[in-house]
Design a protein around this ligand. Structure first.
Ligand code: BEZ
Length: 211
């Protein structure tokens, strides 16, 4: 069965462009973003990997480590990294896992045989400090992802892990959040001293509590 939210992210040991990595050990107490790309030396993947390098500091600020993966070999990855830098202006600054025997791809269900039985799809797994899967997304090979969206989701996940709030549509860091319905108005007055605005009894906005 496919990996679902709340499942423990399977651990693995694999070769990468930064040496041998034990996944859980590598993540330590922080967050993890494991993403697959279909194939080395392909155009969309090249743009994505450069973009993740550009955003690396933003992931680090959020205590999150990123790891890329495809079913290509380490030799292939190492041959490609120079192109990523040339083409995007950003040198690879996070590990790219080599998975030629598809060990990790199979553990995470990154090959969707009805799309392609040889390439990984564009999967993203966000993993929390408890090693549980917090978010999954899957894009086809033809569509590059928006990694700013992954940062936005990470902000939401980190906030909602610590406060009794949820984030509304298109929310960004710093904007008002929603008090979860399980909290009564009385409790909300105590928990959210900045106050709240009830648009409906079940839709109550409050300023972001950790700012
Ligand atoms: C790409 O990254 O451009 C790509 C990879 C596999 C299939 C189609 C496009």
């Amino acid at each position: 069965m496919a990996l679902q939210l709340g499942d423990v992210a399977p651990d693995f040991t694999a070769e990468s462009t930064e040496g041998t990595i034990n996944f859980h050990e590598y993540l330590g107490d922080g967050w993890g973003i494991l993403f697959s790309h279909p194939k080395d030396f392909t155009p969309v993947c090249t743009t994505e990997l450069g973009e993740v390098s550009r955003l690396k500091d933003e992931f680090t600020k959020r205590n999150a480590k990123v790891l890329g993966l495809s079913v290509d070999s380490l030799e292939s990855h190492n041959g490609w990294v120079g192109d990523i830098s040339d083409a995007t202006g950003y040198a690879l600054n996070y590990p790219l896992i080599a998975d030629p025997d598809r060990k990790v791809a199979d553990l995470y269900g990154m090959i969707h045989p009805n799309a392609s039985d040889t390439l990984t799809v564009r999967s993203v797994f966000v993993i929390g400090p408890d090693k549980k899967v917090k978010l999954t997304i899957t894009y086809p090979a033809s569509t590059g992802r928006n990694f700013e969206e992954i940062l936005r989701v990470l902000d939401s996940l980190q906030l909602t892990a610590n406060y009794s709030v949820a984030t509304p549509v298109n929310w960004h860091e710093g904007e008002d959040v929603i008090i979860v319905p399980a909290i009564t108005d009385e409790e909300a007055k105590e928990k959210f001293p900045k106050g709240f605005k009830a648009v409906k009894p079940y839709l109550r906005y409050t300023p972001q509590p950790n700012r």
